[in-house]
Design a protein around this ligand. Sequence first.
Ligand SMILES: C[S@@+](CC[C@H](N)C(=O)[O-])C[C@H]1O[C@@H](n2cnc3c(N)ncnc32)[C@H](O)[C@@H]1O
Length: 221
Amino acid sequence: MEKQWTADELREMARQLGNPSGEGGIKTAEMMNISNQGMIANTIALLDIQPGDQILEIGPGNGKHVASVLDSFDSVYYTGMDISETMIAAAHALNAESVLAGKATFTLSNGKTIPFSAHTFDKIFTVNTVYFWKNPLQYATEIYRVLKPNGTFNMSLATQEFMEKLPFTIYGFKLYNKNTISKLVVKAGFQLIDVHEQIDITVGRLGQPVEREILILKCTK
Ligand SMILES: C[S@@+](CC[C@H](N)C(=O)[O-])C[C@H]1O[C@@H](n2cnc3c(N)ncnc32)[C@H](O)[C@@H]1O
């Protein structure tokens, strides 16, 4: 029988997904490595990474997938920016060789502003973080600012319809459908090139396959 979660347990799950901390945060990130693997890979594949690209990821969690970005070309440079100190430390540890080699950096963010100059990055992507942005328009506008002209910004998320079925999303998640997320990026200044609607096959808590509806937005400046 499916376990019945208490309100406190669900609130804690939501908190760990939005800002993983301590031992629980490390475990949550390891779980996300499995459940979000396909979604992350598809978002990166649609970035069309080129030699020499400066890449920014917003909210990489423990950054287990960063090697797959760096493996695209020798000359790409990756920056991961996260609001969680636990995730920044975990990502540093998991990608120690790339950090030492000067190919990757992980930076702590305040979740409101992005500590880089205008027109710094060729490619920016984010997976499963928009639910937690405190001021979505201000943050999307910050992303627009640091993207180079003609650069690409890919954002992926699970749809409101899917997320509403998960019992922990009532604790602070902001949910979007195709229309509301499209409006957000356009209002921030982006040109919306495409919205890929996909069925992502992920794994549930009992290891069972779960189909989730996801959106991958491809935007340019
Ligand atoms: C649900 S996890 C997703 C992690 C990974 N992207 C994935 O899909 O598996 C959300 C991550 O985004 C981070 N995060 C939340 N709000 C953020 C913000 N405003 N800026 C940067 N990172 C943020 C959290 O700390 C956490 O590491």
